[in-house]
Write a new protein. Structure first.
Length: 997
C-alpha cells in the first residue's frame, strides 16, 4: 500500500487555495510504506501491497490452518520463547496479513517483538504496513522510533516517520529524523523547512478523514480530528475530543500537549489546573510543557512566571519562536527593558528568516540568492546544520544565481563537522539570561484577568445604499466583458475614497480614485470629486482643477501646507500627485513644485508629525516593485486568478518630510531599520501605543506587518510589529493583510486593531493586553469562524447606533473569479457587534438592510456623516461596480443615541492634530478616542472625533492630549452638538467653539 499524505504548512492554506501561484511550503509528498527507498541505489524492502514477505526459513502455513489456529497459540509461543517461537509467530502474522486479518497479524507481530529483542528491517516494514492498514498511525510512529533505533542506516524509516507523523498532526515526533536526514545531505527544501519549525505543519485532513471512515473504532484517530480542529482554531472542539481520548488512551503523549494548548486558547482555567496536575511526569520538563505554562501565565497576568517558563522553553528549544514573542511581552511588563531588547533583536532575526522562506517558496523554489540569504541568517542565529541544508540546495537551483556559488557553499560547509551540534553553544537566547533572577515557576489559576465585561445589548443599525439617490456616481474600475482582464494583480486591489470638506461649508465631500487605464501611465479617466450640497452630490473634479489621470489607488486627505484648507495626496501606480487646495473651491497640482518624485506602486498614505519635530511627515505605503506585476499574468485551470504578491519584489515604503516652505524631502533612510521590506496595502498613523510619540502601522500582504515608531536616541524609526504582537497571527504566521481598523474595541481605554485577510484564513483581532503590547484574541472574541469564507479589504470600527460602543464593518470581495461565474467572487459585507458577554457576533444581513443581503467586490471604506444628522455613514468602493453610500437609517429612540462631535485644530502641534487623543467619561465609564490618519485601506475618514453617548446628556470631564504633549481640560460637552477645539498656547487654557449646524 502507498500512502501519500499531502502536508501543507498552515501559511500555505492561504496561498495554495487562493491559487495565486501554487506555492508556499507544499511540505512533504512522501510515499510511505511501499515507495521506492531513499537509500542510495537501494529499493525499499516493502514490496507491493499484496506481496507480504514471510519468515523465509520456515515453511508457510496455509490459510485453513491459520483460520483454525486458536489465539492461545500465541500465548504458548510467548511462554516457549526462542528464535523458533518467534519465527512461528511471524509466519502466523504473515498469513493473517495476507488474508486481511490485520488485527490478528498485529497481535502476532507484537508477540514476535516480545520474544525477539531485535528484528530485521523487513519485519518492521510488515508491522508498519499492518498498523497503517488497520488505522493505527500513532502506533506506526512509535514503531518507527524503535525501527530507527535498531536500523539507523535505513533511510526510508526516517521519511516514513516524517510522512505519517506530519499527516496526523504530530510533526514534532519526527523532528529527530528530519535532523538526521539533513545532517546526511538527504531531503529536499520542504524537509529542511519542516525541521526548522515542525509546529507549522497542518494535518492532512483528507488522510485523517479517510482513516476515520475506514476505521471508526480506532480511538487514537480522534487525535487527528482534534489536530484539524486546532489548526482551524476550533479550540473548544479540539479540547473536547482530546479530553475524551485521554480518558481511554492516556499513553498518547502528543494528545496531552495538544490538549494543554487547546484549553489555554479556550481560557478554561478549571481544565488547565486539572491538566497541570494530571500530566505524566515525563512530560513536565519538555518544551511544550513550559510553553503552555508560559502562555497561561501570560494570559493571567503572571509575567514573572511567564518569563521563567518561556526561558525554560528556549533552553530546551532555542528556536521556539512563539516562546520568544511571549518572553518579550512578559519582560516588557516587568519593566526589564534591556532584557526585552535582547529578545526583540532575536525576534527580528527570526522574522527575517521566516519572511525569506516565504519569498523563496513563492518563487517556485528556484532562487540561489534566497537560499544563501536564508543560510546566512541561520549561521548568524547559530544554526549551522540548517544553514548547510540551504546552502547545499542552492547548488540544485538555477534562478537568481550568486556569483561565487562554490566559495559560499564551501564557507558554510566549513562551519560543520561530524560533532557539530544543531545549535551552537553561546548562540541561544536563553544562555544570555540568569533564570534564577526570576525565581522558581509556580502555577496560578486565577481567572480574573480573562473574564469579559458585560453590558446592555446594542441595537442593530439600519443602513441603506443611497448613492444613486444622492447622485454620487463613482466606479473605480468598470466591469469588462473580457474576463481575462481580471488576471492582472494591479486590477484587484480596487480604488480608494477620501472624505474632504474642501469648500469648508461643513458638508463632507468625497474624492474617489479611478483605475481604468495603464499602470505607470497617465491614460486613466480622472479621479472624481463630488461636492456635497446640503446632502446631495455634484461631480466637480474638472471645474475644481482636480484632474488626476494616474492609475488611482489610495487617497490621503491632509492639510500638508497648514493653511487651513484640506489638500489631496493621490497614491497611484506610477507618479503620485499632490493637489493643493487654493481656498476658493479649486485645487492646484503642485506635485513637481514641491519635489514629489518617483514612479512606483503606491497603495496608501498617512500624514502626521511622526518624529515630533514640528514638521509633518507623509508615510507612503508601497506594494510590489519593478515592472513584472504589469507584464506577468497568472492563470489556473478552473479559476481566473491573480498573481501572488510574493512572486514580485517588494517596493520599499517612502517617507516624505514636509518642510516649512511646503517642499517634500525624501527621508526614507530613516526607515532603514526593518528586517524585511513588506508589500504594504493599508496604514494607520497616530498615537497607537499610549507611550507618547506617534506611530504608523502598516498592513503587509503575505509578510509580517510593521509598526513604526520614532526613536530620538537613534535619530530614526524602529520597526517593532512582530515583537509587540501586531506583526503575525497568534500562530506566529504572516497573513495576507489588507485593511486595518483601530479603536478601543473592548472598552478598557487603549487601542485595539482589526486586520482583514484572504479567504480561508481569518481576520485578526489584536487586543492590547498591556501598554504597547498586543495579542491575537480573535478566537476568544468570537470573531474567527465568521470571517473564514470571505476575503476582507476595507474595515472600520464605528458607533452606528451612538451607544458608546464601536461596531465593526468589513467590506469583502475576492480577487479570483471562479470559472463558473461570480459565486464566491462577489461577497457579502459583514457587520459585527459586541454582545453582552463581551464577545462579538455577526448581525443578520436581513436586519441591517438590502446592501448586506447582496454581494459586492468591496474595497475601500471611509466613515463620514453625509447628511449631518449625527448618525455615522459609510462610503464603500467596489472593484467593478458603482461605489456605495451606506446612509445610516437607524431609528431614533427617545433618550438613546445622543452624540457629541469634536473637530480638532492644532497650533503648537500640526494643524490636522493627528495623534491627538480625546478622553472623558460617559455615565462614569472612561472613553478614549484617537484622531488618526490613513484610516486603514486606501482612504481617509472624516477628520472628527465622534462620541456616542447612548442615554447620557453630556460627555464629561473631557480632556484633549495633543501631539505636542500639551493637555487641555475642556470640561463637559452637551449632547447633539458639534465643537471645534483649538490647541491652547498655554497649558490647560482650552479654546472651545460650539458650531452651528
Amino acid at each position: 500500500m502507498v500512502v501519500h499524505p499531502d502536508l501543507y504548512f498552515e501559511r500555505s492554506i492561504d496561498c495554495h487555495r487562493r491559487k495565486r501561484g501554487q506555492s508556499m511550503l507544499l511540505v512533504l509528498v512522501l510515499a510511505v510504506l511501499g515507495s521506492v527507498g531513499c537509500e542510495p541505489h537501494q529499493h525499499s524492502s516493502t514490496p507491493p501491497s499484496n506481496e507480504v514477505p514471510t519468515a523465509a526459513a520456515q515453511p508457510r502455513i496455509n490459510a485453513t490452518e491459520v483460520r483454525s489456529t486458536p489465539r492461545e497459540e500465541l500465548k504458548s509461543l510467548l511462554i516457549v520463547g526462542g528464535d523458533e517461537a518467534a519465527d512461528s509467530a511471524e509466519r502466523l502474522g504473515d498469513e493473517y496479513l495476507k488474508n486481511g486479518r490485520i488485527d490478528d497479524a498485529i497481535e502476532s507481530y507484537r508477540a514476535v517483538m516480545e520474544i525477539r529483542p531485535e528484528s530485521p528491517r523487513g519485519f518492521y516494514d510488515k508491522l508498519l504496513q499492518a498498523y497503517v492498514r488497520s488505522g493505527q498511525p500513532y502506533e506506526a510512529v512509535q514503531l518507527l522510533k524503535q525501527a530507527i533505533a535498531e536500523h539507523p542506516s535505513a533511510t526510508q524509516f526516517y521519511y516514513d516517520i516524517a510522512g505519517i507523523s506530519s499527516a496526523i498532526g504530530m510533526a514534532e515526533e519526527s523532528l529527530f529524523a528530519l535532523r538526521v536526514l539533513i545532517k546526511h545531505g538527504q531531503g529536499d527544501f520542504q524537509t529542511i523547512a519542516v525541521a526548522m519549525d515542525p509546529g507549522r505543519v497542518k494535518p492532512d485532513w483528507n488522510y485523517i478523514y479517510d482513516l476515520v471512515r475506514a476505521h471508526p473504532q480506532r480511538q487514537e484517530l480522534q487525535y487527528g480530528l482534534a489536530a484539524i480542529d486546532f489548526a482551524d482554531r476550533k479550540y473548544h472542539e479540539a479540547a473536547t475530543k482530546l479530553s475524551q481520548l485521554l480518558a481511554v488512551r492516556p499513553d498518547i503523549d502528543p494528545a496531552w500537549v495538544l490538549y494543554g494548548q487547546a484549553i489555554v486558547e479556550a481560557e478554561d482555567g478549571t481544565a488547565i489546573q486539572d491538566w497541570a496536575q494530571r500530566l505524566p511526569v515525563h512530560l513536565r520538563e519538555t518544551e511544550d510543557y513550559w510553553a503552555i505554562a508560559g502562555d497561561w501565565s501570560l494570559r493571567t497576568g503572571n509575567h514573572e512566571e511567564a518569563s521563567r517558563a518561556y526561558l525554560e522553553t528556549l533552553r530546551i528549544n532555542p528556536g521556539h519562536f512563539h516562546a520568544m514573542r511571549g518572553l518579550y511581552q512578559s519582560l516588557s511588563e516587568l519593566g526589564l527593558s534591556s532584557q526585552a531588547d535582547l529578545v526583540a533583536e532575536r525576534i527580528e532575526m527570526e522574522t527575517a528568516v521566516r519572511d525569506a522562506l516565504g519569498r523563496f517558496f513563492e518563487g517556485e523554489h528556484q532562487s540561489q540568492t534566497f537560499c544563501f540569504e536564508i543560510a546566512d541568517q541561520l549561521i548568524e542565529l547559530g544554526r549551522p546544520w540548517e544553514a548547510y541544508g540551504w546552502a547545499r540546495k542552492a547548488n540544485e537551483v538555477t534562478h537568481d544565481p550568486v556569483a561565487n556559488l562554490d566559495q559560499r557553499l564551501a564557507h558554510v560547509t566549513r562551519s560543520i563537522a561530524a560533532g557539530t551540534p544543531w545549535q551552537m553553544p553561546g548562540s541561544s537566547l536563553a544562555e544570555q539570561f540568569d533564570p534564577s533572577e526570576l525565581g522558581a515557576f509556580h502555577w496560578h489559576f486565577d481567572l480574573e484577568g480573562v473574564q469579559p465585561d458585560s453590558f446592555p445589548p446594542n441595537r442593530v443599525p439600519k443602513l441603506d445604499d443611497r448613492a444613486l439617490a444622492l447622485t454620487y456616481h463613482h466606479e473605480a474600475l468598470p466591469r469588462s466583458s473580457d474576463e481575462e482582464m481580471w488576471l492582472w494583480i494591479y486590477q484587484t486591489v480596487g480604488g480608494g475614497v477620501g472624505v474632504i470638506d474642501f469648500d469648508l461649508d461643513g458638508w463632507p465631500d468625497l474624492a474617489s480614485s479611478v483605475l481604468d487605464g495603464t499602470p505607470m501611465k497617465s491614460d486613466n479617466l480622472p479621479n472624481t470629486l463630488h461636492r456635497n450640497i446640503d446632502g446631495k452630490f455634484r461631480q466637480c473634479n474638472v471645474e475644481a482643477g482636480y484632474v488626476d489621470h494616474g492609475f488611482g489607488q489610495g487617497i490621503l486627505v491632509c492639510d500638508y501646507n497648514e493653511d487651513g484648507f484640506p489638500d489631496l495626496f493621490d497614491c497611484n501606480i506610477g507618479e503620485n500627485r499632490l493637489y493643493q487646495n487654493q481656498g476658493d473651491g479649486t485645487f492646484l497640482d503642485v506635485t513637481h513644485a514641491v519635489g514629489l518624485e518617483g514612479k512606483r506602486w503606491s497603495a496608501s498614505a498617512a500624514m502626521a508629525d511622526l518624529d515630533g519635530d514640528g514638521l509633518n511627515e507623509i508615510f507612503e505605503v508601497c506594494y510590489c516593485g519593478g515592472d513584472e506585476p504589469f507584464r506577468h499574468q497568472c492563470g489556473g485551470d478552473s479559476h481566473l486568478v491573480t498573481c501572488p504578491p510574493l512572486q514580485f519584489p517588494a517596493e520599499p515604503d517612502v517617507l516624505w518630510s514636509v518642510q516649512p516652505d511646503g517642499r517634500l524631502v525624501d527621508k526614507s533612510q530613516l526607515l532603514a531599520d526593518v528586517s524585511t521590506v513588506g508589500r504594504g496595502l493599508g496604514i494607520v498613523a497616530g498615537q497607537l501605543d499610549g507611550s507618547g510619540g506617534l506611530d504608523c502601522y502598516i498592513a503587509n500582504d503575505m509578510s509580517a506587518n510593521h509598526l513604526w515608531s520614532y526613536r530620538h536616541e537613534q535619530d530614526g524609526f524602529q520597526e517593532t510589529g512582530t515583537t509587540r504582537g501586531l506583526g503575525l497571527s497568534g500562530a506566529s504566521l504572516a497573513q495576507a493583510s489588507m485593511g486595518v481598523a483601530v479603536a478601543d474595541a473592548d472598552g478598557d481605554g487603549d487601542l485595539d486593531f482589526y486586520v482583514t485577510h484572504f479567504s480561508r484564513d481569518y481576520n485578526t483581532y489584536y487586543e492590547q493586553i498591556s501598554p504597547g503590547n498586543w495579542a491575537d484574541r480573535t478566537y476568544q472574541a468570537g470573531m474567527l469562524e465568521p470571517t473564514m469564507p470571505w476575503l476582507g479589504f476595507g474595515t472600520q470600527f464605528l458607533d452606528l447606533t451612538n451607544s458608546g460602543r464601536p461596531d465593526l464593518f468589513i467590506a469583502n470581495g475576492h480577487v479570483n473569479r471562479p470559472a463558473g461565474g461570480d459565486k464566491d467572487y462577489e461577497m457579502p459585507p459583514q457587520l459585527f457587534q459586541r454582545a453582552e458577554t463581551g464577545r462579538w457576533g455577526e448581525s443578520a444581513a436581513s436586519d441591517i438592510g438590502g446592501y448586506f443581503e447582496g454581494r459586492h467586490l468591496g474595497r475601500s471604506v471611509a466613515i463620514t456623516d453625509l447628511n449631518r444628522d449625527g448618525r455615522l455613514d459609510l462610503a464603500v468602493t467596489h472593484a467593478s461596480t458603482p461605489s456605495a453610500l451606506l446612509v445610516n437609517q437607524t431609528e431614533k429612540v427617545a433618550n438613546e443615541g445622543a452624540y457629541v462631535r469634536i473637530y480638532l485644530r492644532g497650533t503648537v502641534s500640526s494643524r490636522d492634530a493627528v495623534g491627538a487623543t480625546v478622553s472623558g467619561t460617559v455615565q462614569g465609564a472612561l472613553r478614549s478616542y484617537p484622531l488618526l490618519s490613513g484610516n486603514g485601506y486606501m482612504g481617509s475618514n472624516e477628520s472628527v472625533i465622534h462620541v456616542g453617548l447612548g442615554p447620557a446628556d453630556t460627555f464629561q470631564d473631557v480632556k484633549i492630549t495633543w501631539p505636542s504633549g500639551r493637555v487641555d481640560q475642556v470640561g463637559d460637552l452637551s449632547k447633539s452638538q458639534e465643537y471645534l477645539c483649538v490647541e491652547s498656547s498655554e497649558q490647560n487654557a482650552p479654546i472651545v467653539f460650539k458650531l452651528t449646524r
